[in-house]
Design a protein around this ligand. Sequence first.
Ligand SMILES: Nc1ncnc2c1ncn2[C@@H]1O[C@H](COP(=O)(O)OP(=O)(O)OP(=O)(O)O)[C@@H](O)[C@H]1O
Length: 667
Amino acid sequence: MQLRDGRAHEFSQEETMRFDEINKDEDPNALTKFRISKVLRDTLKEKGIESLFPIQAMTFNTILDGSDLVGRARTGQGKTLAFMLPILESLIDGPAKASRKTGYGRAPGVLVLLPTRELATQVFSDFETYGGSLGLKCCCLYGGSPYQPQQIQLKRGVDIVVGTPGRIKDHIDRGTIDLSALKFRVLDEADEMLRMGFVEDVELILGKVEDATRVQTLLFSATLPEWVKHYSECQIAAKFLKRDKKTTDLVGNEKMKASTNVRHIVLPCSSSARSQIIPDVIRCYSSGGRTIIFTETKDSASTLAGLLPGARALHGDIQQATREVTLSGFRSGKFSTLVATNVAARGLDIDDVQLIIQCEPPRDVEAYIHRSGRTGRAGKTGIAVMLYDPRKSNFSKIERESGVKFEHMSAPQPEDIAKVAGAEAAETIAQISDRVIPVFKIAAEELVKSSVLSPVELLAKALAKIAVSVLLTVILKSRVDHFSLQWKAMLPFCLSADGLFTHLQYDMLTCVLLHEASMIDSVDDGFVRLVYNMCSFVYGVLRRFLPEEKVESIRGLSLTADGKGAVFDVASEDLDHFIAGQKNLSGVSLEVVKSLPRLQEREQSRGGGRFGGGGRGGGGFLERRDGRLSGGRGGRGGFPDQRNDRFLRGGGSGGGGRGRGNNNRRW
Ligand SMILES: Nc1ncnc2c1ncn2[C@@H]1O[C@H](COP(=O)(O)OP(=O)(O)OP(=O)(O)O)[C@@H](O)[C@H]1O
């Protein structure tokens, strides 16, 4: 701080603490303003929470004083703590304390129902943190995990049960859970919980309470359609909420229902171009943070994840253990792109998710609100990009019902990407130690002196060079064929006559190798066998006149539709070797293709098709002639032909094995 006499003043720790106290006193939502016990306050502070968010402040006393409540606030505004804090406080120091059981084998006093396993785990983890600090025992009951540990916990006795309806109902059926003495029952994501598919289980579970006058029922969501709020129209609400229930609605009649911390963008994109455009959208809008991409179906989530470098899929057909590993890997930053169905749309709170991409407009406005709400949480900002196919999809209903005024953008252009790369390069420079300056200063001064360009223009060139180096590192790590066309288009933009293309072997030509007879006995032979025959034949022929490293360097091997030939890409500098060597072979010809012949097609491998499940690493050898995706990840669909972009990337996911259905849901 600058003192009046111009001297700088550093605050002592004591002074800082005093100011903090004063500020806290001024904050009407400071923790100390609420009946929150010291232990709980300390745990909240450890988590960086100093005061309550509006939805929490507005519902705290109502819940603690015993009312049923319907609560609504936009995504990411802290609804979880809004019900958790007063419940915990009630159990340890409030109205529920007197009747709370504490002994071995005690039945739970709190039940929290959530629509997905991931969300149940997340809310359970919060209950463990805050409830655990108060000595309360919690357990999490969700499907796809073994029953026995859950049964043991229930037998020993718990205070709080968090879970999904299906598994809780299973425990009721097995007689391993007693819900008769509940003091609180919470429906988080209430509208989702009350939708068809959950409603019967929810009704059965809520109905297990012995004395309905002694239980408090709380419904929370960012989207509460009228049928939930007006309980006469919603049987469950009518049956299980008391007539004098309170409602706290922070969205109400406001036009904007989605998060106001999010930039909402729409971008035209045909479904066939998605996997090309998405990497550029991520590059331009993710600010280096995490991205969640939503697809409408499980198959498209697997396929897209297979096509995007470093992405993983999350959906209801993936085994529970894998789902957990995937989500924790995404949370911990092991990979930064998650491709998910609506299974990840609700409630998930993941740090540093900067960008949401929706591959097409979702069916209902609620899905849009929840998906886009995975970013811009707890006061932070984020971006939600929704792709739409102008010929097929329409987002005006979503725009009208959500109150969002979409920004219209076009797909990022090479210049846009260059700008982002330039900004990243500038950040790189900022991170470089000042100690290097003396070493490079003389060269820099020489450069400024000898150039007709201004220092800023020279710096711009230096940034371009750094951007390209960074780009090359990424490309070399992730292989050029996984890179989007826009990135490739940017290379010449930055590299000019740099000569680095040759180094990248980026300049490739497509050749066709033809044989008088068919290379395969029968096209119906089975795709695996067919590919195998083709590979061994082509590689066998090439090995007759080329050294091994040249044979290995071919890319994008694909079989012609008539089975008499194969096309593949060859680095242009090697072309002469390929053409010269084949002259002595009988019955075989090799030439640069003039027009691409029809190529073998194959049905998209679905859910671990013939290439065997497991998703990654399988397949390959699949081509696309029309920009549509096909194939298994790891395979190369050919380098882009520099002259006419006929080949786009190959790839595709082998998909994971199928698991149990998920309430008949597509996700
Ligand atoms: N009072 C607070 N101060 C600071 N951060 C908070 C506070 N309350 C909650 N948060 C943080 O805000 C984030 C969002 O909270 P939460 O997940 O409960 O939001 P939500 O309203 O339930 O969102 P959604 O509708 O998407 O489920 C969490 O990371 C949470 O830790």
